[in-house]
Design a protein around this ligand. Structure first.
Ligand code: SAM
Length: 328
C-alpha cells in the first residue's frame, strides 16, 4: 500500500488504532497467510565491544556477568532445537570478536546439517566476514538500523557510525542474505515524524524482515531513567509496516511481550507473522539482559506454551523455512 509520510504520521498518532490493526491483519492474511513461523533464538554471547546507551549488555555495564557459549554448546543447542521442529535457528550475540572465521564457518556448516535455515545477528563486520559466513551456510542476517535519525543514532550509539551500519546492511543484501532490519520505537528524542521516515526507509531498502520493538529503559545504562516506548505505539508502527510491505516477515517481538503478558499475540493480530522463542539454556539467557522483564518472558514460556497461544487464535505453525516469498 502506498502511504505518504503525512498519512503515516496520522496513523501513528491516532489512538483509535483498531481499524489500523484490522487492516494490517487482513493484509497479513492475504499476503503471508495464517502460518506463524517460529525461529529458535540462541543468544550465544553477551560480550560486546559497543557501548549503545540503551542496551543492557553494553560494554561499560560492569554489573553484568559475561558469558560465551562454546562451539560445542552452540551446535548442541541448534541440534536440540532442530529435533523439536524448529526450521530456523537465529544465532545472536553482542559484537564479540572471539570466534575466528574458521570456527564460525565450522559452526555454520555443522548446524546446516540439521536441515534448518540460519539467521545470524552479530552486528557490524567486514564484507569478507559476511561473505565467508554466507558461503558456509548462513541464509539471513538481522541487523536493525535502529533509527534513521543520524544525529539520534550517533548520540545513542557512541563511537559507532550510522553510515557503516547502513553499508553493512547493503553488503548483506548484495551477498544474497535475506535482510532483517528494524527499529526501536520511543527512543528519547525520537519524534513520530522520525518513525515515519524509518518506515519509509525500510520500505525503500526492501528489507525481507522488519523487527519493531519498543525501547525499554534498562538498568545500569545511561538511559535507565528515561521514559520507554509504549506497546501501542510499537504495535501501530508494526501495523503500518505491514501496510507498506504486505509480503515481508514481521516478528511479534519479545520487547512487546515484556511490556504486556499478551504482547506477542496482540502483535500477531496486528500484522505480525513470526515469533522467536528463546532456545538458549537458562544459565545463559538470564544473562542476556538487553532490557528488564525480557528474561521473565524467556523463562515463563516454554515452546509448548507459545504454540498453544498461537493456535488458540486460529493460526497455524509454519512447517517450512519461512523465507520471505516476494509477492509484489
Ligand atoms: N549485536 C547485534 C547488533 O548490534 O545488531 C545483535 C544484538 S543487539 C543487543 C539486538 C537488538 O536489541 C538491537 O538491535 C536493539 O534494537 C535491541 N535492544 C537493545 N537494547 C534494547 C532496549 N533497551 N530496549 C529495546 N530493544 C533493545
Amino acid at each position: 500500500m502506498n502511504l505518504s509520510k503525512d498519512e503515516i504520521v496520522e496513523l501513528l498518532s491516532n489512538d483509535n488504532q483498531e481499524i489500523l490493526f484490522k487492516k494490517a491483519d487482513e493484509i497479513r492474511q492475504q499476503y503471508v497467510g495464517d502460518e506463524v513461523h517460529l525461529r529458535g533464538l540462541m543468544e550465544f554471547s553477551n560480550i560486546c565491544r559497543n557501548n549503545c546507551m540503551y542496551c543492557g549488555i553494553r560494554r561499560d555495564n560492569n554489573e553484568l556477568k559475561r558469558y560465551r557459549m562454546s562451539k560445542e554448546e552452540i551446535i548442541e543447542t541448534a541440534k536440540n532445537a532442530a529435533n523439536i521442529g524448529f526450521k530456523t535457528i537465529v544465532m545472536q550475540s553482542g559484537e564479540d570478536l572471539h570466534f575466528s572465521n574458521d570456527v564460525m564457518c565450522e559452526i555454520l556448516s555443522e548446524i546446516k546439517k540439521f536441515d534448518v535455515a540460519i539467521t545470524l545477528s552479530v552486528g557490524e563486520r567486514t564484507y569478507e566476514d559476511y561473505k565467508l559466513w554466507k558461503e558456509a551456510g548462513a541464509d539471513r542476517y538481522l541487523i536493525r538500523i535502529e533509527t534513521t535519525d543520524k544525529d539520534l543514532y550517533h548520540r545513542l550509539d557512541p563511537g559507532m557510525s550510522w553510515q557503516n551500519r547502513y553499508n553493512c546492511s547493503m553488503w548483506l543484501k548484495e551477498l544474497g542474505y535475506e535482510l532483517g532490519s528494524g527499529i526501536m520505537v520511543g527512543l528519547p528524542g525520537q519524534s513520530i515524524e522520525s518513525i515515519a521516515d524509518d518506515l519509509l526507509f525500510l520500505r525503500d531498502i526492501e528489507v525481507d524482515m522488519a523487527g519493531i520493538g519498543p525501547f525499554i529503559p534498562a538498568p545500569n545504562t545511561p538511559l535507565a531513567n528515561e521514559k520507554g516506548g509504549t506497546l501501542n505505539l510499537a504495535l501501530r508502527t508494526m501495523a503500518v509496516m505491514r501496510l507498506l510491505m504486505p509480503d515481508i516477515n514481521i516478528p511479534a517481538t519479545t520487547a512487546m511481550e515484556s511490556l504486556h503478558p499478551n504482547g506477542r499475540i496482540m502483535a500477531l493480530q496486528a500484522g505480525a507473522n513470526v515469533v522467536m522463542p528463546n532456545i538458549t539454556a537458562n544459565e545463559y539467557k538470564q544473562l542476556y539482559t538487553l532490557y528488564p522483564n525480557k528474561t521473565n518472558v524467556d523463562k515463563a514460556q516454554s515452546n509448548t506454551d507459545i504454540v498453544a497461544k498461537i493456535t488458540s487464535i486460529g493460526r497455524t505453525i509454519g512447517k517450512g523455512y519461512g523465507e520471505h516469498k516476494k509477492k509484489i
